[in-house]
Design a protein around this ligand. Structure first.
Ligand code: 5GP
Ligand code: ZN
Length: 114
């Protein structure tokens, strides 16, 4: 990723505290926070603390750090059903060029059961 993009990356700024966020869990490698435009209550994002654009740029050890966080958030949100989503590149609807995993709880009413 070009240095220019790194300097302007909103998620890098969130990690550094330059842009406020509602932080959830944090590890040495990962940061997680609530999405500013949630598609459901509790919609969260898990990101690496270093800049990378797409998932294939991440080492396997990062994925081993991120997935348990996504799992913990999904459990903590209390939704029986949920999505873990991850977009890579414009054609795949990636809008923020800092790799991120969406954790999207599906409250029962969204399944027509509430
Ligand atoms: P993408 O389409 O790239 O997979 O998703 C990017 C996500 O980042 C969107 O769901 C959007 O609401 C979220 N987002 C964009 N800017 C900010 C921000 O400044 N703060 C937070 N918390 N989320 C953001
Ligand atoms: Zn970044």
């Amino acid at each position: 990723m070009a240095a220019k993009n790194l300097a302007t990356c909103i998620f890098c700024k969130i990690i550094k505290g330059e842009i406020p966020s509602y932080k959830l869990l944090e590890t040495e490698l990962s940061f997680s926070f609530l999405d500013i435009g949630p598609v459901s209550k509790g919609h969260a994002l898990v990101i690496p603390k270093y800049h990378a654009q797409k998932m294939h740029e991440l080492p396997d050890e990062y994925l081993a750090d991120a997935m348990p966080i996504a799992k913990k958030i999904a459990i903590a949100q209390g939704a029986e059903d949920y999505n873990i989503l991850q977009n890579n590149g414009r054609l795949a609807h990636q809008e923020v060029d800092h790799v991120h995993f969406h954790v999207i709880p599906k409250p029962s009413k969204e399944r027509g059961l509430g």
